[in-house]
Design a protein around this ligand. Structure first.
Ligand code: SF4
Length: 294
């Protein structure tokens, strides 16, 4: 059993409750989907994170094998979707850029559609790097901001607060011209019991409410047992939906866009590549049998 609470950086929509999730009617087998976790290391120490953070990243040998596999598989499909997760994937930005460039070269040769997304804590996502990532085809991001509690629940490993730096980064990104930079940033909010201060959303609305490239995803922090922080108040199953619904209602009232899609976390045609070279079917199914590279 995993220890602690949740990691927004591992399960993309873990514990997220949204009304009427949009699930695909049937799987599109013509999509090659790969999730790459270049490192489980992280520059944050979030109080609800269930992960250990070994600093090791993918070795050259592992990366070569992954690239070889993608080179063989991607051209067989009409669409390629890549997701970058961690730990904090930006700690391995060179790996991200290398693999992205490789796929873009394949795309030029074979003509498939290519999209890429990243779940990051946003701390190192300054404008310069963001421009590089956009050029590399990574145009969709999920970044967690825990409201006014953020510096308490999501501190840097040094113990410092992280909110100001992330907000400064996001404000810089919002100033990029929309006609040139078409991207999508979902600001995720993790809710604990008693989180009923909605003024955080007024703040977000003032900063990003007029920019359709930003929206908000509300998620409940559930108790997974284990160690975790003793200071936190996770939501109980029966109160999660009520509180999340209140937050969603407030977002709708002020006109802040909210993220309204749910991914099926595990899809038959999706593989997850871990930093140690292991391959899985989904980020949550850690103990299921591993598929083999063909
Ligand atoms: S930012 Fe790092 S510490 Fe925080 S939830 Fe994500 S992986 Fe865990």
């Amino acid at each position: 059993m995993m220890s602690g609470y949740i990691s927004d950086c591992l399960g993309e929509n873990f514990s997220c409750i949204q009304p009427k999730p949009i699930l695909p009617q049937k799987f599109n087998w013509d999509v090659f989907m790969a999730t790459l976790i270049p490192t489980e290391g992280c520059n944050f120490q979030c109080s609800y994170c269930h992960k250990n953070h070994p600093a090791a990243s993918m070795t050259r040998d592992t990366l070569d094998q992954i690239e070889e596999y993608i080179t063989a598989q991607a051209p067989r499909h009409k669409q390629v979707v890549l997701a970058w997760l961690g730990g904090e994937p930006i700690l391995c930005k060179d790996t991200v850029l290398e693999v992205s460039e490789m796929i873009q070269n394949l795309q030029k040769q074979h003509g498939f559609q290519y999209t890429a997304k990243m779940t990051t804590n946003g701390y190192l996502l300054d404008e310069k790097l963001f421009r590089q990532f956009c050029q590399a085809g990574i145009t969709s991001y999920q970044i967690t901001l825990d409201g006014w509690n953020h510096d308490k629940t999501r501190p840097h490993v040094s113990g410092k607060g992280t909110l100001r730096t992330i907000i400064d980064n996001l404000v810089a990104l919002s100033k990029l011209p929309p006609e040139e930079y078409s991207f999508h940033i979902t600001l995720r909010r993790n809710l604990l019991a008693g989180d009923e201060d909605y003024s955080w959303y007024d703040y977000l609305y003032r900063l990003f409410g007029q920019d359709k490239r930003f929206d908000v995803l509300v998620c409940a922090v559930g108790d997974w047992g284990g160690k975790g922080s003793h200071d936190l108040s996770p939501l109980h199953q029966d109160t999660q939906e009520v509180l999340v619904a209140k937050h969603i209602a407030y977002l709708d009232k002020i006109g802040m866009l909210r993220y309204n899609q749910m991914y099926c976390v595990s899809r038959p045609n999706r593989l997850v590549f871990w930093p140690d070279g292991k391959i899985g079917k989904c980020t949550a199914a850690l103990n299921r049998p591993q598929p083999q590279l063909e």
